[in-house]
Design a protein around this ligand. Sequence first.
Ligand SMILES: [Zn+2]
Length: 452
Amino acid sequence: MLRLHDTATGTVRPLEVREPGVVSMYVCGPTVYDVPHLGHGRFVLVFDVLRRYLTWSGYRVHHVSNITDVDDKIIDRANREGRTEAEVAAEYEAVWYEAIDALGVRRPDADPHATAYVERMVELIGELMDAGVAYRTSDGVYLDVGRVESYGLLARQTLESLQAGARVDVDDQKRSGHDFALWKAAKAGEPTWPSPWGGGRPGWHTECVVMSLDLLGEGFDVHGGGQDLAFPHHENERAQAVALGRTFARHWVHNGWVVVGGEKMSKSLGNFTSLTDLLERVDGRAYRLLVLRSHYRSPLEVTPATTADATAALERLDNLARRAGEEALVDVEPDPAALVSFRAAMDDDLDTPAAMAMLFDLVRAANSALDAGDHAAAARSVATVREMASAVGLALRTDAAALDHDVAAMVAARDQARAAKDWPAADAAREALVARGWVVEDTPAGTRIRRR
Ligand SMILES: [Zn+2]
């Protein structure tokens, strides 16, 4: 049985699901106002690995991840660029999904958008007002966290100690510094929705509590996100559910930071400026492997050096797959004993570094067996490598060299078709490339492709 760290208890404990064989998981998605950063890439990969491993283990996973499409940062960008919030959000949502696809991350089963849930959020805020745990100010509606039992659970601190550590809040209308906005009264030039408390928009913390409960129901299994979301975002989501007597997430899973040079953020020369930048320079599978080779709760160093290292490891995997093809190894069953060890590592709070060490030991074993002409042993190791790789969503490629010629021909065909304004032919060439795992981009210099 999978044991996972739970932020609410601070311990690694069994994942005890609500319904046998089913895992319902809500992971906070992006606010679509800019290109995604490296940390976004890490969290989607961590939860994609969790989802795939659960699926591989026989669970049916219901995965929901939201798109925050109304927010201060979206409004700021829209105002700065003279566009609507919807245009900005649509643009960066497309960029988001392109990056997700390039990482080989499965899209969620549902991706609720905040703007589609405003009415439900107004209802929930009304319930909190009726329950006497929320109050109005001149700029909106706030939750009185002092009225919520066990506030501070995810911060692993009491409200008293949180308050002792808090800086003085400038907003003197709030009863306490940790009270947070459920409803933000409309300001000029902002999108607005009607409510009993006047026009305005809901706060971010209300968005996720409403959408998770609506789509997954009370007592859903896993709520996840980056560790920076545990407090206050997840604490505040939970506070609203608890204040209304609703059972919220059973297990809280948070992944660690991305660091560059040991620091959370760095823009030194040569470092990646965004996930989009990384994906232009590195195979998305190499980022997955880099993520897998570090424990999900540890800081992850993402630099050209660490991604180059992961790329080299990925090449060893691809080379083995290619070699297995060339040697026409037959399909055999994976080694059950090796899979038992793999499962034990994964079940131990997703010990992917140990699991990847096993995988690369098998890569070495398979190559040695091939060198020695022992095809039976090699086939067994290769089958086991494939099985482990598929459990964590790592696709092996055998086609890199063989396809080069065909791919070049398709790129040329697309450029010719575009020059001749033959759009159906250009689209067909694009689709052929996409089907072979390439991301296709149009540049002034012609069609540019890179590995998904
Ligand atoms: Zn959220």
